[in-house]
Design a protein around this ligand. Structure first.
Ligand code: GCW
Length: 675
């Protein structure tokens, strides 16, 4: 329940003494709600980790000074002023200053929240067993909007949520502030998350009624001192549903007036309200296209009403329709890219990491790099809709890293998705990263003890999209479980491998969207009778007697042409296309020869088997860890891995039996037959 903020007592007396040498007291130079939180977090954290040694009532020499730059004494200001020029909004400095025998560690920032971020960073050093003797850390977030998207409905259910029900208790709000809200804010602040969208993108307009606004305001009040702003999803047809109007046409003066008044009402209750996320004209949601208008008309109308209050619009690009079903992967690009430059300044277009839908593996979305005048946010899914819910252990930062480090070549070599979303490439004022939350009412927040790492990792990468999944796994394990090398090493390896493993047993070689209908849990490549073509798995794998895969090259849907030439050429050419994306971009015969010399059929089968073997190895590794993990978590993970193993076999058997009807080939040696 304590997530990565365990502050586990350090047992080695020497280590304790060492830390104690450097932190004998905490002095804060000013007061504010946020700084008080920072101070008490630091004291409680140190006390918990260092034990009785840390007695703040004792007179002490080596201290930590906490406060914003303006509150520091002249001497410190002089020593820090150059560093200070290097930090940006919300950034911080942690620096050891030594004068004669006196050592002072200063944690300072331009604003209060920066100090709180600095405190969590400092505590992380001790949590992960790092030295704090001579510190010189200057760090700032690389994106502005680091935000969770909750797909929580007002009735307490969570769309694609696998960790119990919504943590927002609408019935008891605004009076009752659940301790969980505070714990939630603290956990988010500890990784730099500074925004939360409380409700589902498949929005219910009721959230915008006075009854709910009051409740939303109570949450905003709770989160404010942790630096977290509240945002809502806006249902485009709200003027009709709760406003009594006949239309929601964005050009209609009555509609515009209604939204203006709604914005005024929201900002009266929540002066720092963040703004709206909108899913429009996608999967049946209402939008401007219902009135013959386009995304720009819709987004700009809302942007105009929010602009005077400093609010923003995050307009989602997840759109596809049955009317243009030649290739769903191409639709968002065609609907948005032509409008580059037309969006108002306070609009960001929010784009999923890949062109289909949160698959175990997708190439990066071709919109990244293609809209130079519009800030693009990236949307990742933290909840594991297509990756085994909260039952399978999958460390997602590995997936995030793969996407973020992809080179779009939009401005020549090095224009990575990370650089585009952090606004570096086209100098955008706004930048951001959204993660669809995996948080629910479960005792452990996320349903799987290791799913917490995905929330943690998302936050860390939103702060710095260039961090490595490797370092994130390492720090998370140390903070959440143990600093024992015999534990950290093998489990870090297990986590880093886990994403490739799920790809192997679900969708190897670029296969995608072959999950069972609606819930997306388990295999369903055979489904072909759904009303919309692009909902059927057969639409994506196109397996037949001649082969398997979706031809998106120049001989097929030409989706490859949406990428910049360097990438397009690579994806287009069977010989150059990375095999991880092979069947994403090409339809190939069953005996096509893979790079390892195997036929496509044999290679595919062996990869499914490898996924199964890898889960087996994960089990074996975990079973050796009993000594390092408390019994509850040890057993939970053990039981979950057992399910994962059985289900990896289920995936292998179901997919291979199904595809075998077309390939008409036997399974190669090494692949176990279905029981
Ligand atoms: O992946 C699909 C999900 C829907 C979701 C949609 C979206 C919120 O299956 O449940 O709806 O994406 O992102 O809008």
């Amino acid at each position: 329940y304590k997530l990565w903020l365990q502050y586990t007592p350090i047992t080695n007396p020497e280590t304790v003494a060492n830390y104690w040498e450097n932190v004998q007291n905490v002095i804060s130079t000013e007061n504010s709600e946020t700084l008080n939180i920072a101070r008490s977090e630091l004291k409680e954290g140190l006390k918990s980790m260092l034990g009785d040694h840390f007695d703040i009532s004792k007179k002490a020499d080596n201290i930590i000074v906490l406060g914003s730059f303006k509150s520091l004494n002249e001497k410190m200001k002089n020593q820090l002023k150059y560093d200070f020029d290097k930090i940006k909004k919300d950034g911080f400095i942690i620096k050891t200053l030594i004068e004669k025998d006196l050592k002072t560690t200063v944690i300072t920032a331009k604003n209060d929240i920066g100090v709180l971020y600095g405190v969590f960073n400092f505590l992380r050093l001790i949590q992960t067993n790092k030295s704090i003797e001579k510190l010189n850390i200057i760090d700032s977030p690389k994106t502005d909007i680091r935000i969770l998207n909750h797909w929580d409905n007002l009735d307490g259910t969570v769309e694609r949520g696998y960790a119990g029900s919504s943590i927002w208790n609408w019935q008891k709000l605004p009076e009752f502030i659940d301790q969980r809200y505070i714990d939630y804010a603290r956990a988010n602040a500890s990784i730099g998350i500074n925004g939360t969208v409380l409700n589902n993108v498949n929005a219910n307009a009721l959230i915008l009624t006075p009854h709910y606004i009051e409740k939303v305001a109570a949450l905003a009040d709770t989160f404010r001192s942790y630096g977290i702003k509240v945002y809502l999803t806006a249902r485009f047809s709200a003027p009709i549903e709760i406003g009594g109007l006949k239309t929601a046409d964005p050009s209609n003066p009555e509609v515009i007036k209604w939204w203006k008044e709604k914005a005024n009402e929201l900002y009266k209750a929540i002066p720092d309200f963040g703004g709206f996320v909108v899913k429009a004209n996608s999967e049946g949601q209402p939008g401007p296209q219902n009135y013959g208008k386009n995304h720009v008309d819709g987004a700009n109308m809302l942007a105009d009403v929010l602009a005077p209050h400093g609010g923003i619009v995050m307009w989602r690009a997840f759109v596809y329709s049955e009317h243009d079903a030649n290739d769903r992967a191409k639709q968002a690009y065609s609907e948005f890219v032509p409008y580059d430059g037309k969006f108002k300044e306070n609009v960001l277009v929010q784009v999923k990491n890949g062109p289909i839908d949160f698959q175990p593996r997708e190439p990066f979305h071709p919109m990244f790099g293609a809209m130079t005048k519009t800030p693009l946010m990236i949307e990742f899914q933290i909840t594991q809709e297509y990756l085994g819910f909260s039952t399978h252990l999958v460390f997602l930062p590995k997936l995030y890293e793969e996407v973020l480090q992809s080179d779009t070549f939009s401005e020549g070599k090095g224009a990575t998705v990370a650089k585009i979303v952090s606004g570096k490439i086209n100098d955008h004022v706004l930048s951001g990263m959204a993660g669809v939350a995996n948080i629910g009412s479960d005792l452990n927040w996320c349903g799987h003890p290791f799913a917490q790492a995905n929330w943690y990792g998302f936050g860390r990468l939103a702060w710095n999209p260039d961090l490595s999944a490797d370092s994130i796994a390492n720090e998370w394990l140390r903070m959440t479980f143990s600093n024992e090398e015999n534990f950290v090493k093998p489990i870090q390896k297990l986590m880093l491998q886990s994403r490739e493993t799920v790809v192997n047993y679900m969708t190897p070689l670029g296969l995608h969207h072959i999950m069972a209908t609606n819930h997306h849990y388990g295999p369903g490549p055979w489904v072909s009778n759904l009303s919309r073509p692009e909902w059927n798995p057969t639409y994506y794998h196109k397996a037949d007697a001649n082969g398997i895969g979706f031809d998106r090259s120049d001989t097929g849907s030409r989706a490859t042409a949406q990428y910049f030439p360097e990438i397009a050429k690579q994806f287009n050419d069977i010989k150059k296309c990375p095999e991880t994306y092979l069947l994403w971009f090409h339809h190939l015969p069953w005996d096509y020869e893979l790079k390892n010399g195997k036929t496509l059929w044999n290679g595919l089968a062996l990869q499914y088997q490898q996924g199964v073997n890898e889960v087996h190895d994960m089990q074996a590794t975990w079973n050796r860890m009993q000594a390092y993990v408390d019994e509850t978590r040890f057993k939970e993970v053990q039981m979950l891995l057992k399910i994962q193993y059985e289900e990896a076999k289920w995936w292998r058997d179901a997919c291979l039996l199904y595809f075998q009807q077309f390939s008409k080939k036997t399974l190669p040696d090494g692949v176990e037959k279905a029981a």
